[in-house]
Design a protein around this ligand. Structure first.
Ligand SMILES: *Cc1c(COP(=O)(O)O)cnc(C)c1O
Length: 419
């Protein structure tokens, strides 16, 4: 053993006091040293009043959790190594054999796959409901329903549901009180407040109550990261007992997040609202422009009139609520002329130069992705016109440059049709 080993570890240098940077330090650690055995025995891994083991929290993770709770208007937060891990943890923590989970037909695809594979293997059933029809959800609720997923808007096809109406039918269901979990990646805590969606209509003589979801899950991979460089997820709650259930499963599954990744997100959070607004403005401009092109049969952008669920977006995101300012994420889809050959759709995506072909969104680089809806939806949608779906995630480039890119790629694909 090198004679310096101990000296290197127990070095007398101490960081000077008085370095009062507002930046959260990157605290790394699996092991946390206890002063003595009594201190070790007193420490509760569930409490934020002390530290037990790196997986259960560090000053860096606790700081990020606090900020995300504030962002979403909740009180407690658990971090996960990806958005999908956060979604899976909610199901694992809350469901047992014999239970049923309800998911919107346009739910984030991998959440569907989890229900159809692991959950089904463990004796947990699932059903898909029509997100644009609260009565359809109401008809599917039963005493077996333990968990209802909500997503606003739905993945890829972007239909904006009547979130308040969906929450209300679940709260009024008397045979069971399912837990309501929202995938709030699109809203990001900025477009609307998931724990304060609005007032119930106060049926009969009962006074109106404030309605909200029980759990808000957020893929921090998207806007909070903002760089397309970090994978992380969070689950925010207001109720402490529910938080502790999520946290217990988080502990038993061994989900951990890296301190440097937390720091990256902590560094990006202060600019998130600005980025979100800029990406929203560009996306609306481009979606409107695309809507006027002859090859585009429908634009799917919840904040544009004519898109499925536009009235619901308007009611929720332009409502009276505090901190609600008519925002939408920089994400939209279009349906291209069904007469186009599928090879023309691929050629359109390939011809784009600034829009790169890739999954995810929320980063500085604009992205494009063609989707084949066949097999992605179980229920027939009357809201969508026939056509080839292409989704765009708008980054932070100059909108005029993005529009020119779209124009040259459309012209290129049209030329292919005439060959
Ligand atoms: C990206 C995304 C997720 C999953 O996040 P990852 O960090 O990529 O696992 C979940 N839900 C929605 C709506 C997403 O867009």
């Amino acid at each position: 053993m090198n004679i310096l080993s101990t000296e290197l570890i127990h070095h007398p240098y101490q960081a000077p006091e008085g370095f009062e940077s507002p930046v959260t330090p990157v605290y790394k650690g699996s092991t946390v040293i206890f002063k003595n055995v009594a201190a070790m025995r007193q420490r509760d891994w569930r409490s934020r009043n002390g530290y037990t083991y790196g997986l259960h929290g560090t000053p860096t993770t606790f700081t990020l959790e606090e900020r995300l709770s504030s962002l979403e208007g909740g009180r407690h937060c658990v971090l996960f190594p990806s958005g999908l891990a956060a979604l899976a943890n909610v199901a694992l923590a809350l469901l047992k054999a014999g239970d049923e989970v309800l998911l919107p037909d346009n739910v984030y695809g991998p959440n569907k796959a989890l229900a159809e594979h692991e959950l089904a293997h463990w004796g947990i059933s699932h059903q898909y409901y029509d997100p644009l029809n609260p009565a359809d959800l109401a008809a599917r609720l039963s005493s077996k329903t333990r968990l209802v997923w909500l997503e606003a808007p739905g993945s890829v096809t972007m239909e904006f549901p009547d979130l308040l109406g969906l929450v209300q039918v679940c709260r009024e269901f008397e045979a069971a009180s399912p837990i309501l979990a929202l995938d709030n990646t699109w809203g990001a805590g900025l477009a609307f407040k998931p724990f304060a969606l609005g007032l119930s209509s106060g049926l009969g003589s009962s006074p109106p109550t404030l309605l909200g979801v029980d759990i808000s899950v957020h893929a921090l991979t998207k806007y909070p990261s903002g760089g397309g460089d970090v994978l992380m997820g969070s689950a925010v709650t207001c109720d402490e007992a529910l938080h502790l259930r999520l946290k217990a499963t988080h502990m038993r599954m061994g989900w951990g997040v890296g301190a440097n990744d937390c720091e990256t997100i902590l560094r990006s959070l202060p600019s998130m609202a600005l980025r979100y607004e800029a990406q929203d403005a560009s996306a609306r401009q481009l979606a409107q422009w695309l809507g006027a092109q002859k090859d585009v049969v429908q634009v799917l952008h919840p904040a544009l009139p004519g898109s499925p669920g536009y009235a619901h977006w308007k009611a929720l995101c332009e409502g009276e609520g505090e901190g609600v300012g008519g925002l939408a994420a920089g994400l939209f889809s279009v349906l291209l002329d069904p007469a186009w050959h599928p090879a023309q759709v691929d050629a359109f995506c390939d011809a784009l130069k600034l829009f790169k072909i890739g999954y995810s969104w929320g980063g500085p680089i604009s992205l494009v992705m063609p989707y084949d809806l066949k097999g992605m939806r179980l229920l027939p949608s009357t809201a969508l016109k026939p056509g080839h779906l292409v989704r765009f995630s708008v980054g932070l480039e100059r909108p005029a440059d993005l529009q020119a890119d779209l124009a040259q790629a459309l012209a290129h694909s049209e030329r292919l049709a005439s060959l």
